[in-house]
Design a protein around this ligand. Structure first.
Ligand code: NDP
Length: 463
């Protein structure tokens, strides 16, 4: 049977674009790709990239404060212009989008700038009504912000809206305590917005190492975020040009803008999955095996739509592994077990790889090497900001199970720590490494004795 394409990719985000480009350029496949919005997907257009640029923009006040501590007595951050920043941001995103498009076009991928839906196990229907057939179909449609089902929540923004605001709000409420709420609380407070963050739990960033979470929680307040723990909105209503919010403790307050950062759902709506036998998980994510293959042999899925590890580099690796396996006869699976990540807060980021202390303890005894200190650079300037470095070590095998860093440029540090940890390095190998002095990172190779040994909980592995 002949097909219009060897591969048709639905979704022009990081995972889809990588798969399409490699299949066409390295393996000579005839590839089509459909994208309903801007090429580049969440990460490039409305996520990681513009967010990180906003983080840089938001640190002027902290930098000026630090410089005053170094003798630049009149250092000031000055006045921030959202209009100027936004124009530059738009130009940068357009530049990146063009690079993505050029890469696809050089590889010979046929791009369809429209929505596509499945119309069978080898069939795609485009929004203009055209039908295309493909030997293989890759679903890479990503995720969409999830709301929590309270009255009036349609008045709130979601993260997509933050990058296209006409002006900065005077007073904003951010709902949630995850990646997006914490990063944008840091950004908005840094840009001078009166920022309130309401989170239902007792420390932000659930799922991360508890000690690091506590430091992140303290830091949010220290940078001027009015962080309200144990609080959730129950209703939103219009109040003039603003929004009146009722919270679950009965209080009411008005804001110029509300951002719901309450998680993301896999984006499968209207995808035509009912025309196939593809199975979904309970949360609506596409069920795939370790080869990113659905239960329909011709249909694969990668990235956030499969809800495995929802990070751009993971989607890219999944997309690349899929084409190596299917088109390059080089079977390659993705190891999702040791994936580093970072939350871009300021002044200190939270970065992590491997097990948290709580996870390591749940699996058996663990030696905790942890140090909390004021780093030279900010301490000299008069700041109380604390850094934390933590290694979790298996006392029997000496293997480093996890590393958690709360500090300046922690994301940059964890990238390097992830290499030995992914290779199964032991604490002795960390210790054998000579320190780079004076750095904060040298603590990772100079922590000689454990801060504590946690014995195995009854019923878990080691005694
Ligand atoms: P997260 O899953 O990280 O956080 C969602 C937050 O919303 C949690 O604090 C959660 O609380 C809260 N929440 C969920 N449901 C409710 C509810 N019904 N009422 C009140 N609060 C609720 O999602 P984000 O939206 O912050 O980010 C989505 C994903 O995007 C992340 O998981 C990550 O994969 C990716 N991302 C990665 C970044 C990075 O790598 N730096 C940056 C930004 C996003 P609780 O914890 O109590 O469940």
């Amino acid at each position: 049977m002949s097909f219009d394409y060897d591969l048709f990719v639905i979704g022009g985000g990081s995972g889809g674009v990588r798969a399409a480009r490699i299949a066409a350029s390295e393996y000579g496949a005839k590839v089509g790709l459909a994208e309903e919005s801007r090429m580049g997907g969440t990460c490039v257009i409305r996520g990681c990239v513009p967010k990180k640029l906003m983080i840089f923009a938001a640190q002027a006040g902290l930098m000026a404060e630090e410089m005053r501590g170094y003798g630049w007595c009149d250092a000031q951050s000055g006045t921030f212009s959202w209009e100027v920043f936004r124009e530059k941001l738009d130009a940068e995103l357009t530049r990146l989008e063009l690079i993505y498009r050029a890469g696809l076009s050089r590889a010979g991928v046929e791009v369809h700038d429209q929505r596509a839906r499945l119309a069978g196990h080898h069939e795609i229907e485009l929004a203009d009504g055209t039908r295309k057939s493909a030997r293989h179909i890759l679903i890479a449609t990503g995720g969409r912000p999830a709301l929590i089902g309270i009255p009036g929540e349609e008045l709130a923004m979601v993260s997509d809206d933050l990058f296209v605001m006409d002006r900065l709000p005077g007073r904003a409420l951010l709902v949630g305590g995850g990646f997006i709420a914490c990063e944008f609380a840091t950004i908005l407070a840094g840009l001078g917005v009166d920022t309130v963050q309401a989170y239902r739990g007792d420390a932000v960033l659930r799922g991360f190492d508890r000690e690091a979470r506590d430091l992140a929680t303290l830091q949010l307040s220290a940078v001027g975020v009015d962080l309200r723990l144990g609080l959730t909105p129950v209703a939103l209503e219009r109040a003039g040009a603003g929004i009146r919010v009722t919270f679950d403790d009965g209080t009411r307050e008005e804001f110029d803008a509300v951002l719901m950062a309450t998680g993301r759902d896999p984006y499968t709506k209207g995808l035509g999955l009912e025309t196939t036998e593809v199975r979904l998980k309970r949360n609506g994510a596409i069920e795939v095996d370790e080869w990113s293959q659905t239960c329909v042999p011709s249909i694969f899925a990668v990235g956030d739509v499969t809800d495995r590890v929802n990070l751009t580099p993971v989607a890219i690796r999944e997309g690349h592994s899929f084409v190596d396996t299917v088109f390059g006869a080089r079977p390659r699976k993705v190891d999702h077990s040791v994936v580093a990540s970072a939350v871009y807060l300021r002044p200190h980021e939270l970065a992590t790889v491997g097990l948290t202390e709580e996870e390591a303890h749940a699996r058996g005894a663990v030696d905790v090497y942890s140090t909390v200190f004021r780093p030279m650079r900010s301490m000299f300037a008069g700041s109380d900001a604390k850094v934390m470095m933590k290694l979790l070590v298996d006392p029997v095998t000496d293997k480093v199970l996890g590393c958690h860093i709360f500090g300046p440029e922690a994301g940059e540090m964890i990238q390097l720590a992830a290499i030995p940890i992914g290779m199964g390095a032991t604490k002795a190998q960390f210790d054998a490494t000579i320190a780079v002095h004076p750095t904060a990172a040298e603590e990772l190779v100079t922590m000689r004795s454990p801060s504590r040994r946690l014995q195995a909980l009854s019923g878990t592995g080691l005694a």
